[in-house]
Design a binder for this molecule. Structure first.
Ligand code: DX5
Ligand code: ZN
Length: 207
């Protein structure tokens, strides 16, 4: 299993050195929030443009926004590896077409209350499916173990379609083992990683 550090709970007083120290990250997970789809705000384009200069791994941008198309459009110049929008949001078709036409990996996320079936109309276009293992909006919440049932369901679809499975929220030293057992491809890790004295040592340890 690979790891994508989420910078939502990174130490902001040492953002540059922290981000450039994450040499063993598979991707760098960036949470973009609009204060409407989720009751919180995170980063704007200009900060992430700077993060993109410091980063040591490709960007994996997770849009928790009601109208993702305009956000997708704004972040295109950063050429992330993946952009992930929520299936519960508006303009899903148009946002996917935008990503595809710019050769960005297409990701679709599902909230804890959303069943896997909701992604089926888009499945042919997906490169990544993100299973939220906490309610989106905040770092530091507890991992919802029953979401791993969705990972099982997605594995059945993998025999027919080509995409990777990512989980987001509550990953720590115990829950990461459950994700490994469930054959998750990429686990996002936020607060647990930044609690470590040397975050990149943790990434090396779990490689
Ligand atoms: C939650 C975000 C996550 C968050 C994960 O809405 O999508 O990416 O940063 O943080 P932890 O690992 O602390 O749950
Ligand atoms: Zn996220």
């Amino acid at each position: 299993m690979k790891y994508a550090p989420s910078i939502l709970n990174a130490p902001f007083d040492q953002l540059k050195s922290t981000i450039s120290s994450l040499k063993d990250a598979f991707m760098l997970h960036i949470d973009i929030m609009d204060g409407h789809f989720v009751p919180n705000l995170s980063f704007g384009y200009d900060i992430i443009k700077q993060v993109n200069v410091w980063k040591k791994a490709p960007l994996d941008i997770h849009f928790m926004t009601t109208h993702p198309a305009k956000w997708v459009e704004q972040f295109l110049p950063l050429l992330p590896q993946y952009m992930t929008i929520h299936v519960e949001a508006k303009d899903v078709d148009y946002s996917i077409q935008l990503m595809k036409s710019h050769h960005i990996g297409v990701g679709l996320a599902i909230k804890p209350s959303t069943p896997v079936e909701m992604i089926m109309p888009y499945i042919q276009d997906l490169d990544l499916v993100l299973v939220m293992t906490v309610e989106p909006g905040f770092g530091g919440q507890s991992f919802m173990v029953d979401m791993l049932e969705k990972v099982k369901q997605l594995h059945q679809l993998k025999s027919k379609y080509e995409f990777i499975i990512e989980v987001d929220g509550g990953v720590n030293d115990e829950t990461r083992l459950l994700c490994e057992d469930a054959l998750v491809d990429v686990a996002v890790v936020g607060s647990h990683l930044f609690k470590q004295e040397v975050p990149n040592d943790w990434l090396k340890k779990v490689l």
